[in-house]
Design a protein around this ligand. Structure first.
Ligand SMILES: *Cc1c(COP(=O)(O)O)cnc(C)c1O
Length: 378
């Protein structure tokens, strides 16, 4: 362990990342895999995870922002890379020069990338995004003909090469949701139109982690997996990581800062929302909402201390929270596992999501910059 990482630290098992990439590739054997490493690889560390994913056969790396993609390129990550969340004035030229595929959902973006390609003196790799029903980013079906027409014209002038056609699901984490088939139909129609107009994409893709795990007909040429690469289940209804053949890569651990005996009827933490029922032992866990521990899980979040799962007693504060050890003994410096792998008897990110009334995506992604990452299997 890193000597500075004694308070609270996130242990990241890169062998788990590799194993998850291999497992996902087996789930989508006719497609290539894009490892999505946006938001610092959902809190796991973008550079280390991108490299591990490539070692395990991820053909593509995906990020949300161009800055995330450019940082990986600057750190030496090569190979196909794509980013999709652009605003006017973004680093279009740098992305074109770095050979990063850029996503275009509307005319303003196509104009920006053509200009950047001219300035860079090289052809931009562009993936056109269709809004097949998510209602977020992407080009509406009614605007598709205009966007495809302009992209084909840009291709003819040599500024742009359309390398991909893609979309994103709204409800892939709810198998059987009627929107799924409607989106697949809309996607096939929009693909057929673009291909009729002369677009010959390298990759067509719509599947995220839940679709990769549950919906083979959505796999097309490429699957874009984020959460599952990190061994976390996209939704409780889909199964636990173990049931999905995945291994959680992150374990969030802390060293107890203090253990003390308090009398019955003692209030615990801000607001005194917890009162000890009997004389008991309280353990202080030196991690709080500044570290990404959700305050919403006050009174509920599970923590493994001394071989037993306990729960947050009272409110999660900015830097600390307390667990009631119920009279069990422990010492300052003993390990507290906030979440990790259920196969080791540890609470999970999924458990914390349930306790905080959110999704496991948010639990791992919100682990803060103050928490050192300690890599295993590097
Ligand atoms: C985040 C994201 C993904 C990955 O989603 P997971 O459910 O984590 O696999 C895929 N595509 C887009 C557009 C995304 O924003």
């Amino acid at each position: 362990m890193n000597e500075t990482a004694t308070r609270v630290y996130a242990e990241i098992d890169l062998d788990a990342v590799r194993a998850n990439v291999r497992a996902l590739r087996e789930r989508a054997p006719r497609s290539v895999l894009m490892a999505v490493v946006k938001a610092d690889a959902y809190g796991h560390g973008a550079l280390a995870c991108a490299k591990a994913a490539q070692e395990a056969g991820a053909a593509w790396i995906g990020t949300a922002t161009p800055e995330e993609a450019l940082a990986l390129r600057a750190a030496g990550v090569e190979g196909p890379m794509m980013c999709w969340l652009w605003t006017p004035g973004g680093p279009w030229r740098q992305a074109v020069e770095a050979g990063i595929d850029v996503s275009v959902s509307g005319m303003w973006a196509l104009d920006a990338v053509r200009e950047a390609a001219r300035a860079a003196g090289r052809t931009a790799r562009v993936q056109l995004k269709a809004d097949t029903g998510l209602g977020r980013n992407g080009c509406q079906p009614a605007d598709w003909a205009e966007l495809v027409g302009a992209a084909v014209a840009a291709q003819a002038e040599g500024t742009v090469e359309v390398t991909g056609l893609w979309s994103h699901f709204a409800c892939a984490d709810e198998p059987g949701h009627p929107s799924i088939q409607l989106q697949l139909t809309a996607f096939r129609d929009m693909l057929a139109y673009a291909e009729k107009e002369g677009v010959e994409p390298e990759v067509r893709h719509i599947a995220n982690s839940p679709a990769t795990l549950t919906l083979p007909e959505s796999h097309f040429d490429l699957v874009r997996c984020g959460l599952a690469v990190y061994g976390v289940s996209p939704a409780p209804e889909l199964g636990t990581p173990a049931q999905l053949g995945l291994r959680p890569a992150m374990a969030l651990k802390a060293s107890l800062a203090l253990v003390k005996t308090v009398p019955a009827g003692h209030g615990v933490s801000y607001g005194h929302h917890y009162l000890t029922e009997t004389e008991t032992t309280l353990a202080l866990v030196p991690a709080g909402y500044a570290d990404g521990i959700p305050r919403n899980a006050s009174g509920r979040g599970p923590v493994l201390v001394g071989g037993k799962v306990r729960h947050v007693a009272g409110r999660v504060a900015m830097d600390q929270f307390v667990v009631d050890l119920g009279g069990d003994r422990a010492e300052a410096g003993d390990e507290a596992v906030i979440f990790g792998d259920a196969e080791r008897g540890e609470p999970t990110a999924e458990d914390w999501a349930a306790a905080a009334d959110t999704i496991a995506y948010e639990i791992v992604t919100r682990i803060g910059g103050r928490v050192p990452r300690v890599y295993l299997g590097a």
